[in-house]
Design a protein around this ligand. Sequence first.
Ligand code: GTP
Ligand code: MG
Length: 389
Amino acid sequence: MEQTRRPDARYQIGAGKVEELVSLVKDTGANKVIFDNALRMVQKYNLAKATKVEVIDRFQLILEIFAYRATTTEAQLQIQLATLKNELKHAREKVRLSKGSEQPGFMGLGVYEADIYRDAIKLQVQTILKKLATIRTKRVLQRERRTEMGFLSIALAGYTSAGKSTLFNALTEAETRVDRSLFTTLSTTTRMIEFSNRTFLLTDTVGFIDRLPISLIEAFHSTLEETIYSDLIILVLDLEESVELIEKKNSVCQDTINRLGASSIPQITVLNKIDRLNSEEIQQKLDFLKDKIQNPILISAKKHTNLDMLKSQIVRMLENYVQGSFSVPLIGETMQFISWVHEKAEVKEQEFLDDHVRVKFEVDPQIAEQIKRKVEKLNGKYAKSINGQ
Ligand SMILES: Nc1nc2c(ncn2[C@@H]2O[C@H](COP(=O)(O)OP(=O)(O)OP(=O)(O)O)[C@@H](O)[C@H]2O)c(=O)[nH]1
Ligand SMILES: [Mg+2]
């Protein structure tokens, strides 16, 4: 159902629409009503009272899908946390509305006093935060160990259902859950892959979506964080979809990558599911997308088409990576410069000597150029080496 009007305070939709909704629920035997826009607690309550079924909004729907799909302890904890925080925000109103009522979604709360209910939630939040902190420490250690081993890492990113896990499996020949439904991957999975005599770490990530509520971005930040710490991002787009949708999803992905602070990481875009299109359709779509997407690689993750092309592109991109070192005298502006380098590049080694500091780093060629210029301005010495030579 759709309605254009100023939101009604009691029901969000107008009284006439409520009646329509009530009969629609009756006729279809629906057991839940989902609103695409945000509902206030009192609106949910009134709508549940009118329709006799549970009424939820987009935020709750996403939470429910996430909860259903969570496979790892961390993902499960993050969802519980997001749910509880949401619950806490509305606890008082919910308890008040629950007094003496038996509306779907509001049952069983009437026995609580609002403050006791809030305290109980807060306690649960604390416990979950502690557990998450432990898991997080472990993950940081794992990541550090991997960096120490010196493997370059690649992250698969993209809108949900684009085919990331399928590509992950195709590249690793391993089995992670692949599914038609959304959000199959809620926690990252990392595996080693070998080609061109090199070892890489490949990470599958959770799918991006449009209008992801802010509190959920927070909840999944640590999961998405893996993307930030990769040396290369493979952005997967579904070529079977309309070009308008591809373009929109591409920009949602770029926005998310920006927000995660990962926009300086080199990217390869793959257009997936080419097995579903004929060559004419593919050409038409490519023509339309050519200004928006640079050098895409056409693949079918399912049929393993063009994976070799993708692999050589990966090697080509990563070989362009510049390793370099510099030493600069310790003067006024040096520390500011050093922390800028830490922000922009991966610092491999850093040594403070009497009157200067020596740094070894790895970065893409553009930033390397900037580092070089700044080093010269500080009267330091700069040396560049490609692939460690
Ligand atoms: N025909 C075809 N289907 C594909 C291809 N790649 C993936 N699929 C299908 O697309 C659906 C989604 O694939 P997934 O790999 O689970 O997608 P995902 O990007 O990991 O999704 P999330 O984990 O939800 O973000 C599945 O039904 C796959 O079988 C392909 O190359 N061709
Ligand atoms: Mg997946």
